[in-house]
Each structure stands twice: as structure tokens, then as C-alpha cells.
Design a protein around this ligand. Sequence first.
Ligand SMILES: [Zn+2]
Length: 124
Amino acid sequence: MGSRDYDFTESEKVAIKAAYNWICAACGHDNARDLTADHWLPANKAFGVCLCHYCNTSIKGKKLVPITHMLPPRKPIDATRENYNERRDANQDAFRGWIADNFKGFVKGVKYQTAHIPQFVAPW
Ligand SMILES: [Zn+2]
């Protein structure tokens, strides 16, 4: 397995997750085993965001979200363990809606106009 020059190293992955306090920036999930270091821009290692596996692969995927809308670290889910999954799922639904409403799939070689995109306001 060769690594690509934009792949994060293991220590970079740890640093990204630590910068986000080991919490998914989208849904608040805090199980360290489920967390990933997302390339916020495809094939670009300059901007890493801690997302859980589900938010990274099933929701954000290859959508192009400009760095002006890069998710900042967030607080953990304020919930008891009994309603933790419910809160996490609601946050994932909100993240899915925000992505779907504002961003399209990344197409290599296309120059994107992002000025029309409203400033990110967390929907939760
Ligand atoms: Zn998540």
C-alpha cells in the first residue's frame, strides 16, 4: 500500500483529532474509535477536520465545502447516555441537510464560485 502525498500521517491524524478534543465536529460523537481525520478539501492535506466515520463517509463524502465553512471544534453532546444516540442522530440529520442544501459534489478541474454561499451557521 503506497501512501499519497496528501494522506495524513498517523501523527497528523492524532493531532487533528486532538485539536478537535476527540469530538466529531458535525454530530458531537465522541467515541475515539469511530473518529477520522477528514480532508476538508478533497486531496488536500492542509485542512484537517475531526469527523466521525459516518459523518465523513456517508454524509460529507466528496462534497466540496469551502474552507470558509470548515467546521470548528464543538462541545460534546449535552445529553445523558440514554438520549445520546438520539441527539447524535439529530445532529447528523442537520449536517446532512446543511450539506445537501448548500453544496454539490466536487468535480476535479472545475473552478467553484463560493461567494454566494451564506456564512455557515450551525443548524443545531
Ligand atoms: Zn459525526
